[in-house]
Every structure is written in C-alpha cells, then in structure tokens.
Design a binder for this molecule. Structure first.
Ligand code: SF4
Length: 300
C-alpha cells in the first residue's frame, strides 16, 4: 500500500481520530491537537493495548506457518503487561482492579480466546497492515493500520479488527462500526477492488466470565458513501475550529481531561486551547504517531 510515513507528517485523519471527534470534539482537540497529556491513563486502554500486542504476535507467527501454544501466548501477555503497567503510576485502575487482577484476567481471557478460536485455513495476508486512503471526494487522506487481513478458502478477503471490551457488542454496533467501513473502502481502493470482502470483529470480552465473540459483517456501496460523507463533515468541522465538548457522553466517566474540560466549560476558553483561527494545514489532525492508538474500552 501507499507510503504511510509520508502521509503521517501531513494533515490526515484516521478511523480512531474520526471516532474521537464524533464522541467528543473537546477531547479530540485537547489530546490530538493541543497534545496535552491526560491526567491519567485508563486501565482499560492499557489492558486493551496489551492484548492487542499479543494477538498481533500470534498472527505474525501464523503468517510464518507457526501456531503459538497457549503457554507462549500467556507468557507474551505477562511480559507486555509488566512492561506496560507494573509500577506505572500513570494508570488509573477501575474499582476492584489492580495490576495483579488484570494480569490474571488477561491470562484467563486469552485462554478462552485460544480455545474458541476456530480452526481455519485462512491465509494471513497482512498483520498491522498499513493503508492510505485518498479519494477525490475527501479533502484529506485517511491513514491507519488494519489489524488482520486474511484470505479464506474461496478467495474472500477477511478484514479483522481486534477489540477488548468490558461488555459484548450489539449487532447494531457491529453493523454500524465506522472503523470497519473505512477499512473496507481502503481495501477496495488498494488492490482488492474486485474481490468479495467480509468484515469481522474479534472481541475479547473481559466480563466476570471471560468471553470471545466473533462477528462477521459487510458493507454496501451506499454505506461506504455515507461514511465518506460523514468523514468529510468531520474534517470540515475540524477545519472550522468546531470542537464541541460532549458533556454526558459515556467517555466522560473515565476521561483524563476532566479538569481541562471543566475549566473550559466553567471559566471560559483557556488561552492555550484556542485554535478557532488556526489554519488547518498547521494542525496535526490525528494521533501523534499516525495511529496505533488502540483499542477499545472503557465502554460501559
Ligand atoms: S469530560 Fe466528557 S465532555 Fe469533557 S473532554 Fe472528557 S469526554 Fe469530553
């Protein structure tokens, strides 16, 4: 696919930056434009990122023809989790959780995932596959990485996104997932135009009894067009300096920008936050590293 490094240095969007903007414009601005560090990191986000590293490693091995054993997967998780979270004062744990409880949960969750993972002959085409989506009807490129790209026995391309969450996804959430729609459009425009495409969420659910759920879905042409239109509107809002605080959104419960947000809403606009007159070309309108911001969670 296209050279991601080039586009990372220029104005761009990503699926998660679009989602962040839609969830809460102010959160988007503080984190991705002002680059203000959050007051804390959530355990859910760090845990999700750790699981993501492990799954990525598993599929990189699968691509080479190796199937990792559960004990290797759990050891890998333990190593990543220690690196990420042990003695890390930046992480704020949810009630009842700490480093050790999540270490145990991660091992259990991966055991369930490993036992439920269907045996298949899908050929792994790409893991963390970079993409750049450029279209005439979009004023800015969308860039990112697709977690997993496979081809099934019939030649269908299967696009997978890994999710770690505290609850199951509903069918509606799967069918309307913006990230998957963007991935489908990018796949079509980057070499797979005439192929059947299936979209899939692999969800590791860290409920009291851990679960692994796979959801398959697809997108029509009209759904693709609606998404492009929506992204274009997001871009327009950003360019015009519209960053609305979505006070009351579920993300407020665990938001690392709560103090800044209260300042903004109660005391007026802080000087260092005022970007309403800044031209778009000076904004880095995405994650600082061009998007490997994972995964999910914190969702109620
Ligand atoms: S507290 Fe809520 S409204 Fe305020 S920045 Fe965070 S998510 Fe947005």
């Amino acid at each position: 696919m296209n050279d991601l490094a080039y586009y990372k240095l220029r104005p761009h969007l990503s699926a998660s930056s679009v989602n962040d903007y839609i969830d809460c414009g102010l959160l988007y601005r503080l984190s991705r434009i002002d680059r203000i560090p959050p007051e804390f990191k959530t355990d859910a986000l760090e845990f999700g990122s750790t699981i993501h590293f492990v799954l990525t490693g598993f599929y990189k091995e699968k691509k080479l023809g190796n199937r990792l054993l559960l004990k290797d997967i759990q050891e890998s998780f333990e190593g990543f989790w220690k690196e990420m979270a042990q003695d890390n004062p930046e992480i704020r744990y949810s009630e009842g959780e700490d480093f050790d409880t999540l270490l145990k949960k991660g091992r259990e969750l991966l055991a369930v995932w490993h036992s439920k993972l269907p045996e298949n002959d899908f050929r792994v085409i790409g893991v963390e596959e970079p993409f750049v989506l450029i279209r005439r009807d979009l004023s800015v490129p969308i860039i990112g990485y697709i977690d997993l790209l496979e081809e099934d026995e019939a030649g269908t391309i299967v696009v997978t996104d890994f999710k770690t969450s505290g609850r199951s996804y509903s069918a509606d959430e799967v069918n309307k997932n913006l990230q998957l729609t963007i991935y489908q459009i990018s796949i079509r425009e980057n070499g797979f135009r005439n192929r059947e495409i299936l979209l899939k969420l692999d969800c590791l659910v860290k409920t009291k009894t851990p679960k692994f759920e796979q959801f398959y879905t697809s997108r029509s042409e009209i759904e693709e067009r609606r998404t492009i239109k929506k992204v274009q509107e997001v871009w327009r809002g950003m360019k015009e300096g519209i960053f609305i605080p979505n006070d009351g959104h579920w993300r407020c419960q665990n938001c690392g920008y709560k103090k800044k947000c209260d300042e903004f809403l109660e005391d007026g606009l802080a000087e260092d936050c005022n970007h309403s007159n800044r031209p778009a070309q000076n904004l880095t309108l995405s994650g600082g590293n061009g998007e490997r911001k994972k995964v999910e969670s914190g969702k109620p």
